[in-house]
Design a protein. Structure first.
Length: 354
């Protein structure tokens, strides 16, 4: 056994112990398991890398089976696990909702605030009081976050205190929206736009007791006015409480690109949020001139370690080059920038021709 390696490992464990106060027996167990992975000599060029990759793997296994947990340990795991941006992965909201339901509770709301990263949960009334529900759920949610490498967050659990009954005015509004939606879909289908009919968007505004239907219309459709007349006739036939119908024109190509990049931005944010290594405070995107511009906002310093920047770049490029993402973004031009706390560019990934 390499005595110098053993000494170095002892020193590393000593530093780790100062952060998480690891019991002596656990420290010795971890040391033996790390050293036990080193079974054969390797060339000097690659020995350190192989040893410490192996050490990281053993450490992860150890953390998963050890009888202690702390935010410091979660932070340590976040630094060991490399960043991976997943496509259409289950959101943290969905994962937390699953935990709540497994414990027999019901949530009226699960959401997040980006800065500071805060997870807000509103629980429905149950046989258990709020204090008991929190005692049951908090450890399990914290463990879920720990497994995902999320180590920088606030967890806020409250109980929903409003009425579970839907007010009459909202029931009427929902019924009106459903009726209007059916009329609009029939209108687009009637003029041959069956696919668009399933994705049409609209809204109903109210001012001085006068309701106005605002219908989004692609600017390339020549039958726009005919569709408008069809919708007006349908509203009159159904005797719906809507006095005016207005068209809001938009560029369909631009909107489709905008929609694609909303998913891309969401996947990036979901993978980085709540992890102290990356210190992300939010993400924004805007399609302009055919180019999707994505800004990843952080509080990282301008002199951020190159290793962190390199890890983010590697994860982004792997994500963008995946088959699913390439199919999604098609031939879109894009520019993704990583911004420091002072708004300077730490990284840019772009396919826009100079």
């Amino acid at each position: 056994m390499n005595r110098r390696l053993d000494d170095d490992l002892q020193e590393s464990l000593k530093n780790l112990d100062q952060k998480i106060r690891m019991k002596a027996e656990y420290q010795d167990q971890l040391r033996k398991r790390v050293l036990g992975e080193i079974q054969r000599p390797v060339t000097k060029t690659s020995s350190n890398r192989k040893i410490w990759i192996s050490a990281a793997v053993v450490l992860l296994l150890f953390l998963g089976s050890s009888p202690f947990y702390s935010t410091t340990m979660a932070s340590l795991v976040a630094k060991i696990i490399p960043l991976e941006i997943k496509v259409n992965d289950a959101t943290i909201h969905e994962s937390i909702m699953a935990v709540i339901e497994r414990e027999g509770y019901e949530a009226s709301f699960v959401g997040t605030i980006p800065n500071p990263y805060t997870i807000e949960i509103s629980l429905m009334e149950a046989e258990d009081n709020l204090s008991t529900m929190k005692e049951v759920l908090e450890p399990k949610i914290e463990n879920l976050l720990y497994e995902k490498g999320i180590d920088s967050y606030k967890l806020k659990i409250t109980q929903f205190e409003g009425s579970v009954e839907t007010p009459e005015k909202y029931i009427e509004s929902n019924e009106r929206m459903e009726s209007v939606g059916t009329i609009i879909r029939d209108a687009f289908s009637h003029f041959g736009y069956t696919e668009l009919a399933q994705a049409v968007t609209f809204g109903i505004s109210e001012e001085f007791l006068s309701k106005t239907l605002e219908l989004d219309m692609p600017d390339h459709i020549e039958e726009a006015e005919d569709i408008l007349s069809f919708v007006k006739d349908g509203i009159k036939t159904e005797d719906l409480d809507i006095k005016h119908v207005e068209l809001r024109y938009y560029n369909e190509k631009h909107r489709q690109q905008d929609n694609r990049w909303s998913y891309i931005a969401s996947d990036i944010h979901e993978s980085m949020a709540g992890k102290s290594t990356y210190n992300i405070t939010g993400i924004s995107y805007k399609v302009k001139g055919g180019v999707a511009n994505v800004s990843i906002k952080t509080v990282l310093p301008e002199n951020t370690e190159e290793q962190i920047i390199s890890e983010i770049e590697t994860a982004l490029r792997k994500f963008l080059s995946s088959e699913e993402v390439r199919e999604m973004i098609q031939n879109d031009q894009y520019s993704i920038v990583l911004l420091s706390k002072s708004k300077t560019e730490l990284l840019q990934i772009s396919n826009v021709a100079e």
